[in-house]
Structures are given as C-alpha cells and as structure tokens.
Design a protein around this ligand. Sequence first.
Ligand SMILES: O=P(O)(O)OC[C@H]1O[C@H](OP(=O)(O)OP(=O)(O)O)[C@H](O)[C@@H]1O
Ligand SMILES: O=c1cc[nH]c(=O)[nH]1
Ligand SMILES: [Mg+2]
Length: 210
Amino acid sequence: MKIVEVRHPLVQHKLGLMRRADNNTKTFRELSAEVATLLTYEATSDLETEDAQVEGWAGPVSVRRIKGRKITLVPILRAGLGMLPGVLELIPAAKVSVVGIRRDEASLAPLPYYENLVGGMQDRIALILDPMLATGGTLIATVSMLKAAGATRIKGLFLVAAPEGLRALETAHPDVEVYTAAIDERLNEKGYILPGLGDAGDKIFGTRVV
Ligand SMILES: O=P(O)(O)OC[C@H]1O[C@H](OP(=O)(O)OP(=O)(O)O)[C@H](O)[C@@H]1O
Ligand SMILES: O=c1cc[nH]c(=O)[nH]1
Ligand SMILES: [Mg+2]
C-alpha cells in the first residue's frame, strides 16, 4: 500500500503548531486548511498531463495541462470540512462528494449517517479528506461506499494517521493511497491518536476542547 508521510518543512512546522494545546479555533482551523493545501500538492504530483497549445502574448506557446480523470473531493463530516477550503485553493473546480460518518464513542465503530456522491465515480479520482485516521473504521467504511459507487482510484489525505489504522486499511483496501503529515505512535484506550491533535472535529468547530 502506498503511504506517503510528507516531510516537507512547511508541513512539519505547521503540524507542530497544530499540536499545541493552547490553539484557539481560528488558529486550528487555519492550520488545518494550510496543511491540507500542502498535502494536496503532494497527492496530485502524479496526475497525468498532456501537451497543448495556447495563444500567448507573443504567439502560440506549447504548454502542459492536466489530462484524464477528474477529481472528486470527499470530505468526511464533520472534521473533513476543515480541510476542504485548503484543498479547494488548489483544485477550485473539483466536484464534492459528502460522506457523513461518526464514531460510536464506546465501540469506536463507524456510524454512517449521510451520503451524497457525485455521478460518474468510475471516471474520477476520489480524494478523501479527514484530519484523523485512527482505528481506520471510518476510512474503510468510506472507501467501501466509494467503491460501491464505482470508484477505482482512491487517495486519502490525513493530518495525522495511527499505525493501527494504516494496518487495518492495508488489510481491507490495500489499493488506497494515503498522504499524511505524520504517522504517530499509537492509539490510547479511547481510540485517540497519541500524541495526535485531540478531537479534531471539536477543535475545528469550536464545540469542545480536548
Ligand atoms: O479512524 P477512526 O477510528 O474511525 O476515527 C477517525 C474518525 O473520528 C473522527 O470523527 P468523529 O467521529 O469524531 O466525527 P466528527 O468529525 O463529527 O467529530 C475523525 O474525524 C475521523 O472521521
Ligand atoms: O485522535 C483522534 C481520533 C479520532 N478522532 C479525532 O478527532 N482524534
Ligand atoms: Mg470528532
């Protein structure tokens, strides 16, 4: 399975700022979007391009343009919405497929509650957005949903991933590519990533600070 831990200095610096316990909602939200932009740059580095000609200021110019499959962004509600503005900075025309899944706090099982996918999934690259890949249950459920709709090329962007979740994904869907700013140490007894970021959804939406 392709797993890319993005070591770019800007990513590492911004993730380091995100780990501070004293961030306010505005700071955490801004940093989520900024790191998402940088992960997008990395995750799209293998898009196919083709030759084209445009009319330049001094006549025709040969240029390169992106060819082939269109992208759909797949933010997982709610926390994935925090990454969406940053990804749209680089792919402003992308169609957005929204998936709603939350974890049951006791069992950690994924509970799907919303699905609104764009059409033509078989012809698209799906870019899943979620700040946290913990047990992997939410991601695996999302990938299954996308595959059931016809998706064959799926990448996931995460601010932080746990080794447990990566292993679970490898067993369930080894064809999915993962781009993350950090592979952290482990999960705690409540399924939170250590050292992690705490509850990313609560921090992005300002509902509770853990
Ligand atoms: O890998 P997993 O163990 O499945 O956990 C990861 C999921 O948990 C969090 O969502 P949460 O359930 O807190 O929902 P929220 O985004 O609405 O806060 C996070 O944003 C992921 O979607
Ligand atoms: O560490 C974690 C795990 C799941 N969800 C979060 O928001 N944080
Ligand atoms: Mg949450």
